[in-house]
Ligand binder design. Structure first.
Ligand code: NAP
Length: 284
């Protein structure tokens, strides 16, 4: 039977440690603060933002949500980012993506002070990651690594295969795996004979957004699988990119969907906010 990479349980544990850290910071006069900007009425984004707000409150991070209408001009959005950059009570700024049509997300992200970029998506932070230097790391990739760490998995010399090359997940997770001395292969929609590449994986990180793309017979016996994919089926069920049920009898460990990477992504946002607050206040 395979080990479950239980993101829910791990998130609970990390958040409880984080609460103690936040309490200690508050005693020193520094309350970590996260400001989230939500533009438009996208229902999924509204749920994500609310979940982030509740998670902040539970660990003692001050959290504010700035709701802007879908027709907000780019300049107004960038002015708000600028004012948050200058506000000493704000340690983390998160621009909820995707933005409504007509707004330029890349241009807006560039306006966020990299020291407050708790999503780790500012080109400065991605550059620091590529250079192997300290900086704020993107949340979902960090969550994947934390799940592997939770079973003390040693990545050194292992063949890690990453499915997906997005800037949000695939590319940064590949760099984090490389930092841990894994041999990394990145796959995408043009990769030839995907099953054959996946069969070589000691560790598989699946982040394509295709329900049950990865079949059990694509997996190397004993492999460790982190499933980032979050796909809503017509019947309302949420499933990953890997056929979880069938894979369980082949792999040595696997993360479920839901309850795997998802809770760890929010947890890493909290971790980044606390880290940013410490750094900005010279307490790191
Ligand atoms: P994305 O920007 O759409 O990127 C998907 C990547 O998968 C692309 O690189 C694409 O290749 C590749 N791909 C698509 N179909 C493929 C196929 N059949 N074979 C091989 N590669 C294929 O998506 P994303 O933002 O990285 O997210 C990926 C998944 O993770 C989604 O399900 C998303 O909902 C989920 N997600 C979950 C969390 C969480 O916290 N749990 C966070 C972020 C994302 P090309 O580059 O060639 O197009």
């Amino acid at each position: 039977m395979s080990t479950l990479l239980d993101g829910k349980a791990l998130a609970k544990q990390v958040r409880s440690q984080l609460k103690q850290e936040v309490d200690a910071l508050v005693e020193k006069g520094c309350t970590p603060g996260l400001d989230v900007i939500l533009v438009g009425e996208d229902p999924a984004s509204q749920i994500y933002v609310r979940n982030k707000h509740l998670a902040c409150e539970k660990v003692g991070i001050r959290s504010r949500i700035h709701k802007l209408p879908a027709d907000t001009p780019q300049q107004q959005l960038e002015d708000l980012l600028q004012s948050l950059n200058q506000d000493p009570q704000v340690h983390g700024i998160l621009l909820q993506l995707p933005l409504p049509k007509g707004l330029d997300a890349d241009a807006a992200l560039l306006k966020i002070d990299p020291t407050k970029d708790v999503d780790g998506l500012h080109p400065d932070n991605l550059g620091l990651l590529a250079a192997g230097r300290p900086g704020l790391r993107p949340c979902t990739p960090q969550g994947c690594i934390a799940l592997l760490d939770s079973i003390s998995y040693d990545l050194k010399g292992k063949h890690a295969v990453v499915l997906g090359r997005s800037i949000l997940v695939g590319k940064p997770v590949a760099l984090l795996l490389l930092e841990r001395h894994a041999t990394v292969t990145i796959c995408h929609s043009r990769t030839q004979d995907l099953p054959a590449v996946v069969r070589q994986a000691d560790v598989l990180i699946a982040a394509v957004g295709q329900p049950h793309l990865v079949k059990a017979d694509w997996l190397k016996p004993g492999a460790v699988v982190v499933d980032v994919g979050t796909n809503r089926l017509d019947d309302g069920r949420l499933v990953g990119d890997v056929d979880f049920e069938a894979a369980q009898s082949v792999v040595s460990a696997i993360s479920p969907v839901p309850g795997g990477v998802g809770p760890m992504t929010i947890t890493m946002l909290l971790v980044n906010t606390v880290a940013a607050a410490k750094k900005i206040n010279g307490l790191a």
